[in-house]
Design a protein around this ligand. Sequence first.
Ligand code: MOS
Length: 741
Amino acid sequence: MSARIGQPTPRIEGRAKVTGAARYAAERTLPGLHHAVIVPATVAAGRVTSLDAGVALALDGVLAVLDHRNAPRLGPVKIFPLGPAGEGRMPLQDDRIAYAGQAVALVIAHTPEIAAHAAGLVRVTYAAEPPRTMAALMEAGERGDELPEPLRKITDATRGDVARGLAEADVTVEGTWETPSHIHNALELAATVAEWDADTGTLLLHDSTQWVLGARRTVADALGLALDKVRVLCPFTGGGFGSKCFTWPHTILAAVAARQLGVPVRIVQPRSQTHTSFGNRPQVRQVLTLGALRDGTLTAIRHHAIEQTSVMDSFIRPAGEVSEVLYATPNLETRHRMLPVNSSTPTNMRAPAESFGSFALEGAMDELAEALGMDPLALRRRNLPAAHPDGLPWSSCGLGACYHEGAAAFGWDQRPMQPGTLRDGDTLIGWGMAAGCYGSYRSQAAVRATLHADGTAEVACATHEIGSGTATLMAMVAAEELGLEVDRVTVLLGDTDLPAAPVHGASRTAATIGPAVQAAARALRHRVLALAAPGRNEAAPLADVLRAAGVAQLTSEERAGPPELDDAAFATMASGINTIRQPKTKTAAMYAFCAHFVEVRVRPARGEIRVSRIVSRLGAGRILNPTGARSQALGSIVFGIGMALHEAVVWDPALGRQVSASPTDYHIAGGPDVPQALDIGFVEERDELVNELDAKGVAELGLVGFAGAVANAVWHATGRRIRQVPITPAVLLSPTPGAVR
Ligand code: MOS
C-alpha cells in the first residue's frame, strides 16, 4: 500500500461537477416549488414612505408580496465574530433603508419570470436622505470611529515604543494606501430553497453556504425555532471566497416565506444583488510609517487604518495583522478605526485583512528599500524574524526558504536597482517582489467513518466542498488509514445531520477536518482489527476481516481539535457559533508564509500593465495534496492579479449606490490576464506542532502580498509609486493618481 497523503490527486468530485451530476442549492426541484424575488431599495439611505403591491398582486401567478408591514417579526441574530449572521438587522422589519439593494419587499410567484416581472411592478416611494459614502466622508476629513473595546482588543497591537523607534531611525518613510471595496463573485449565485413542514414544524433548507451549522443557527434564531427543527443541506458550494461564510437576508427571507405561505420557496439572487446584498471586502485607507537604521534594520512600524463598515453593524478585520508578523521590528503600533457607510455589511473575503494590509505594508517596505538604496529583497532578509516578533518561537517558518528559492528561480540577482532601465522596445519591464503570511488556524470537528465488507468506505462531516479540495483530502486521509484506493472512499458533506464542523473559512479546513478524518478512520481500523483471527496476514485488506467475521459494516465517529479547545467549545461550535484556535498559542506562533516575484510589462503610452512572469514560493507545512494545494495557490494569485489591476466597487458618491454591480462593470482577472510563465512551488517544511497532519492552510496565503509585488514591479518599470489599487490605465496615466477612482 503506497502512501496516499502527499501524492498529487485529482479532485474526486470533478466528474460530478463537469457532468452536472453535482446538485447545487438552486437546483432543488420539487412539486409546488415557488419562486421569490427581492425588491431592492433604490436609495441608499432614508425611509420607505409608501409601498403599493396592488399591480403586482393582480398579476396571474403571484402568490404574495411581503414587506415590512405584513412580514412576520423576527428574532435577533448575532453577526460574526459573536454569531453566524452576515448582517444583524433582520429583513422587512421596518421602513428604514441602510443601503441601496436592501430588501424592501419579497414577491412570491409560481415561476421565476412572473416573480421578477411582478417585483418590477411593486411601487415604492422613499424619503431619501443623503447617504454616507467613504469617498465623501474621507474627503471631509472623517477619521472614523473608535472601535468598541471587545473589538479593539483583538485588532490593535502595541510592541515597544513606536515614537522612540522612529526617533532612533536613520531613515523613515510614510505614505497613505487606498484599497477599494471588493465583491467575491463566486460562480454560484447566492441561493436558498426553503421547505416548511407544517405538521412537524420543521424547516429544510437547501442553501449555498460555507457553513450549514451557521445557517441553521441564524435561521433558527430569526424564526424562533429550536435548532433541531431546522436542517440545512449543501452538498456542493460553487465557490464562496468568504461570501458564504455567514448567512444573509435572502436565506432568512426564503425561510420566512415558506413558513408563512406553506409552500416551498426558492430565491436565487441575480448577479446584481450578489454585488449589493451579499457582503463585500471593506474599502480601507491605511497610513504606514516605517523607520530603519542605515543598514536596513527596522526600528519601527506604525500601521493605522480606517475601514468601511455598514451603518448597521461593526465588522472589522484588522489591516495591521501582517505587520505584526512579517518583520522583526522591536517597535510596532497598529490602530484601526471604522467608518460606517450605507452599504451591505462587509464580510470575510479571501485573506480578509491580510490582502489589503499586506498591500500597504509591502509597498511601504519597497519605498523604504528605495530610500535606503537597498535591494528590496535584501531589506526583507535583513528583517527576517527568527521568532515571532513578540518573542514566541515559530512552530515552523519557511519565509527564509521562500525568499531564497523564489529569488533563485526568478533570477532576482539580475535585477537592476534603477527603475525604468529594463525595456523591450517601447515596453517598460519591471521586477517587484513582496512577502506574505497567513495564520495557521485550527478548530474542532467530528467525523464518522464507515467500512463496508465490499471494500468501500465512507467518511461524513458537516463541512463543505467549496472548490478547495476538501472532499478529495478527506478521501485521501481515510484511504491512507484504511489501506484503500482513494476512489473506494465516498465523502458525505454539507448536512447539519452529519458530525459537526466549523465554518469552511480562514484556510483552516484541511488542518481541522483532516485530523478528525484520520482519528475516525484509525479508530475504525482498530475496531476492525479487533475482529481479526489470530495469525491474520497483515497485508490483507481490512474488508477481508469484516467478511471473515460476517460483519457487513463497521462505523467509528471521532472528534479532533487543538488542545486549547475543550468540550464546551465543541458544543458551541456544533451550535453554529465560531470557535477557533488563534495562530499564536501559549507556546508557539503558527503561520504559513510566502514570497512573490513578479515581472510586469508596461506600455507607457496606453498605461497598460500586464503581469508577464510570476514566481511564487509558499511555506505551508506538509503539502497533503500537491495538485489541490497548487490549485489553491494559483486561485489566490489570480485573485491577486485582479486586486492589483482590475477589481473595484465603484460607488456613486452622491447617491451611495454601486455603479459597478455587474460583471460587465466589475472586472475580475481572467485567463488572458494570467501569464504562461507561472512558477508556483512549495518549500520543504515540517511542522509537528501545528496539527497531526503537519499541514498549514494554503487557500488564502497566495493572495497575501501579491498586489504589493505588482505595484512594486510597476514602480520598477516606470519609476511611479502607485499607492492604490486597481492600477488601471487611468490611474497610471494620471499625474495625480489618487484622484482617479
Ligand atoms: Mo475565507 S474569506 O475565511 O472563506
